[in-house]
Design a protein around this ligand. Structure first.
Ligand SMILES: [Zn+2]
Length: 488
């Protein structure tokens, strides 16, 4: 903090920014947790060159180091830009043909960007053009965070290098491309999926990191409570029927499904999956990747799997009627079927299936359990701040007061990059189909009626589950409220 204040003050002293500009940047910092220098820069209040000049002028080498740390820039950044752009010019004799970038400096730079991402636990790395520069950001615990701010001129070299890594066409910069690579670091093999997208002023790159060693399977590890794991175990022991996991993209559905499959995985069961993408390889399980170009869609895959004498089938997603019908038919004919839907809560999954065109009686006789979930951030254990909620607050949020109640709020420290959070867990609701729910499905009831009925027979809502996690001190009320869209 001290150090950041000094940078702001020094910039004011040098006449490079005004008090007002610093105030705006500090406000912004409260929201984003980004570094103050980077914020001033991205707001256009100060140029990177000015920052460098100022910081290297005042106290020489030491200050220079400080600037480098503040921006997390490679120490030989200037040399990298010079060499890469020079090489690009030489290697790019005619327009439209991108350069052959086997350039050591850019290779090192990209490696560094990726390794930083791995160390920070990023799920995605974003690199793209931004006002006057090239911005690198990392998605950590679901939120984008500032990474590096590199000079504008380096972007074409970065794009070419990343395309080479991803086995993509480096001469093509007008259309989006997909690719992938295996990145080896220490003893890890990371699967990286790469996507490029042409935008104004260049191409935007997103690298999705699939780190198999990071995959922590096990329902308990994911944040499921013991009593709920029992409910799920019970569903998993069925010989046939359908288990659905729902939630928006990035809500951890695949990890939950993989954990569930791992529980029943054995040599005595023939388990198949059809997925897009296959995120992790599971032992014993026959996993297949959707390949639309080759004609292997979810529906085609499922149809073939049914001829492979399966016991258990995981269908990555039911996007269309054909796939949903096949999945339903598979579960009717003696298979245990797992799948996902993009619905916001458990109850709305049933009307969603009806909207797709599935007959209510088929839904009522196959669907057994619906898990709906979100990922929420865990409070940073180094800096979380305790407070006792007022009786008005507990009343408003529907929390029973038993004894001394302590909640925690996010604060921010160095270990959590000033966000106040580190790591994630699930909050969820589990809807187990009952006789009364099946009857309501048969008469095409809406999601509100279904949810009411489910709660009456004991379903705890996602919000209830979140509140339990607030009370146990692992997350904040704000985090649960925003992820369940609850307003107090
Ligand atoms: Zn912290």
């Amino acid at each position: 903090m001290q150090h950041r204040k000094r940078i702001g003050e020094r910039l004011i002293e040098a006449g490079l920014i005004t008090e007002e500009q610093l105030r705006i940047a500090l406000e912004e910092q409260k929201k984003t947790g980004e570094l103050i220098g980077a914020i001033l820069f991205s707001l256009g209040f100060v140029s990177q060159k000015d920052l460098f000049t100022l910081l290297s002028m005042s106290r020489g080498g030491e200050q220079r180091k400080e600037a480098v740390e503040e921006f997390d820039l490679p120490k030989d950044m200037e040399a990298i830009v010079k060499q890469s752009t020079a090489a690009l010019r030489i290697a790019e004799p005619e327009p439209g043909k991108a350069a052959d970038v086997s350039l050591a400096p850019v290779v090192r730079l990209i490696d560094r960007v990726i390794v930083t991402g791995i160390k920070k636990g990023a799920t995605d790395i974003h690199i793209g053009p931004d006002t006057g520069g090239t911005r690198v950001r990392y998605r950590i615990d679901g939120l984008l965070q500032h990474g590096m701010y590199l000079p504008k001129d380096i972007l074409p070299a970065i794009v070419s290098r990343v395309k080479i890594m991803g086995n993509m066409n480096i001469a093509e910069n007008r259309i989006p491309q997909d690719g992938g690579t295996i990145f080896v670091w220490e003893d890890k093999n990371l699967d990286i999926r790469i996507s490029t997208f042409p935008v104004i002023a260049g191409e935007n790159i997103v690298m999705r990191m699939l780190d198999k060693s990071q995959l922590l399977l096990g329902l308990e590890n994911l944040g499921f409570l013991r009593e709920d794991i029992e409910i799920l175990n019970n569903s998993l022991s069925m010989p046939y029927g359908m288990i659905l996991v729902t939630g928006p993209t990035g809500s951890g559905k695949t990890t939950t499904l993989y954990s569930a499959l791992s529980i029943i995985n054995s040599v005595y069961k023939n388990i198949f999956t059809v997925e897009d993408p296959i995120e992790y390889h599971l032992p014993l399980i026959r996993q297949s990747q959707v390949n639309v170009k080759a004609g292997l869609t979810f529906a085609a895959g499922l149809r073939s799997i049914l001829r492979q004498d399966p016991d258990v089938i995981l269908v990555g997603e039911m996007r269309d009627l054909e796939t949903a019908e096949l999945a339903i038919r598979a579960s009717l004919t003696g298979h245990l079927v797992f799948s996902t839907l993009h619905t916001n809560n458990a109850a709305s999954s049933l009307p969603r299936l009806m909207d797709m065109g599935i007959e209510p009686f088929l839904i009522a006789s196959t669907v057994d359990t619906i898990v709906s979930q979100r990922l929420i951030r865990l409070l940073c254990s180094s800096c979380k701040e305790p407070y006792s909620p007022t009786p008005e607050l507990t009343e408003r949020i529907g929390c029973e007061r038993t004894g001394d109640l302590v909640f925690f709020r996010a604060k921010g420290c160095q270990e959590c990059s000033d966000t106040g959070y580190r790591g994630r867990t699930v909050i969820y609701e589990i809807m187990k189909m009952s006789e009364s729910l099946r009857k309501l499905v048969l008469v095409r009831s809406g999601s509100d009626v279904l949810a009411d009925n489910a709660r009456k027979i004991g379903m705890k809502s996602m919000y209830d589950n979140g509140l339990k996690k607030v009370i146990s001190g692992i997350t904040s009320l704000e985090e649960v409220a925003s992820s369940t869209r609850t307003v107090f």
